[in-house]
Design a protein around this ligand. Structure first.
Ligand code: ABN
Length: 180
C-alpha cells in the first residue's frame, strides 16, 4: 500500500476513535444552522444603494446643492427638460453620449441660474441613434407652452429629423443670456 493511503487510513481511524457519531451529528447540525442563519444577519447596504443611484441626493458631494448637480433633475439648466438626462447615460449635461448624434432641431427654454441670479436661454436637444437610455428620467415644464407652439414644447421626439430617429437621452445647451 502506498504511504499516502496508509497516512489517510491512519488519520481516519484516529478521527473515528476520537469522535462519537452523536458529536459528529451535533457539529454538522451547528454548521447547517449557521449557514442558514448567516444571510439573515443585518448588513449595512447603504453604500451599495448609493453606488446604484448616482443621481441620488446622498451620492452628491456634501456641499453641492441639487440645483448644481448635472445628474439631478433639479439642476437649474433642466427647468424645461423632458426625457432621460444624458449626464446619467455616458454623456454630460450638454454633450451626447458616444455613439449618438445630437438633434439639429430642438425646443428652447429660459432658466434662472441661482448662482449668478441671471436668466439664460437654453436649448434642449435630443441625442439620437440608440434606444432609450432609461436612466434619470426628468420632466420639468417651467414656461412650457401647449403643443401648438412646437418650439416651446418639450413633449416631442426631436430626433425626427435625424437619419436614425431612435431617441436616447436629452441635453441642455446654454445659448446665451436671456436678459440682454
Ligand atoms: N424630447 C424628449 C422626448 C423624446 C421622445 C418622446 C417625448 C419626449
Amino acid at each position: 500500500m502506498h504511504a499516502l493511503d496508509r497516512l489517510f487510513e491512519k488519520s481516519s481511524r484516529s478521527l473515528a476513535q476520537r469522535t462519537s457519531r452523536r458529536s459528529f451529528v451535533a457539529v454538522l447540525g451547528q454548521i447547517l444552522t449557521g449557514s442558514i442563519l448567516l444571510p439573515l444577519l443585518p448588513i449595512d447596504r447603504v453604500s451599495r444603494a448609493q453606488a446604484a443611484s448616482p443621481d441620488s441626493a446622498q451620492a452628491r458631494p456634501p456641499h453641492q446643492a441639487a440645483s448644481d448637480d448635472p445628474q439631478n433633475c433639479e439642476y437649474w439648466k433642466y427647468c424645461a427638460i423632458d426625457g432621460y438626462l444624458c449626464s446619467c447615460c455616458g454623456g454630460s449635461s450638454h454633450s451626447c453620449p458616444p455613439g449618438t448624434a445630437m438633434s439639429p432641431i430642438t425646443w428652447i427654454g429660459t432658466c434662472h441660474n441661482p448662482s449668478d441670479r441671471r436668466d439664460y436661454m437654453v436649448s434642449y436637444n435630443d441625442c439620437c441613434g440608440k434606444t432609450s437610455c432609461g436612466n434619470c428620467e426628468c420632466n420639468r415644464n417651467e414656461r412650457e407652452k401647449p403643443i401648438y407652439r412646437l418650439s416651446r414644447n418639450n413633449d416631442v421626439n426631436w430626433c425626427m429629423a435625424n437619419s436614425d430617429s431612435n431617441y436616447h437621452c436629452s441635453v441642455s445647451v446654454i445659448l446665451g443670456l436671456a436678459d440682454q
